[in-house]
Design a binder for this molecule. Structure first.
Ligand code: HEC
Length: 150
């Protein structure tokens, strides 16, 4: 086996970071419905809808790790489609809307990179997209906490 180039090493490291981010986003999020066991049952169909993002994300991660552009494109397209569904718009404040647009635009750049078989760029665009996952979730949690205090 030939020795690993620094670019490959960087890509591998990036992939490990993304995998960690996704797991972290998912775990942090899972804590939420568990806490809502006070009669305010979470909307299960909404959860199922939102969780589709995880399936699409693992498809993208698989595509990035195996350099399968088709998988990356499929996953990113699913993410974009989900973000256009009415259900997605839980909040209507400017930050949430901007966050959704940013997310969609990064997912589009991810598709463009995959179309060019540029996997290094695709990995970068995926970092940007997962950053949007985490930031939007933080925003939603902050808004929830703020509305509870009122
Ligand atoms: C623009 C905002 C936004 C972005 C970007 C976003 N999400 Fe979400 N996500 C939400 C909201 C809002 C909910 C659920 C709200 C609720 O529980 O009422 C949610 C819920 C979830 C859930 C939990 C479903 C459950 O079981 O309760 C998962 C998992 C999730 N998102 C994953 C992701 C992943 C992965 C990404 C990125 C690929 C992502 N999200 C990007 C807004 C966003």
């Amino acid at each position: 086996m030939k020795s690993i180039s620094s670019l490959q090493a960087k890509t591998l490291m990036g992939q490990a970071i993304v995998a960690t981010l996704i797991v972290a986003a998912g775990t942090a999020w899972n804590a939420w419905p568990a806490a809502a066991d006070d009669g305010l049952k979470p909307d299960l169909s909404l959860n199922a809808f939102m969780r589709k993002k995880l399936d699409a994300s693992s498809q993208i991660l698989e595509g990035l790790t195996t350099e399968d552009a088709e998988l990356i494109k499929q996953g990113a397209k699913t993410l974009i489609e989900l973000s256009k569904v009415e259900k997605w718009n839980i909040l209507s404040d400017p930050e949430y809307r901007e966050s959704s647009l940013d997310f969609r635009s990064n997912a589009k750049k991810l598709i463009e990179a995959a179309e060019k078989d540029n996997f290094d760029n695709a990995a970068l665009q995926w970092f940007a997209t997962t950053k949007n996952c985490i930031e939007c979730h933080q925003h939603v949690r902050r808004e929830r906490a703020a509305s509870k205090k009122k």
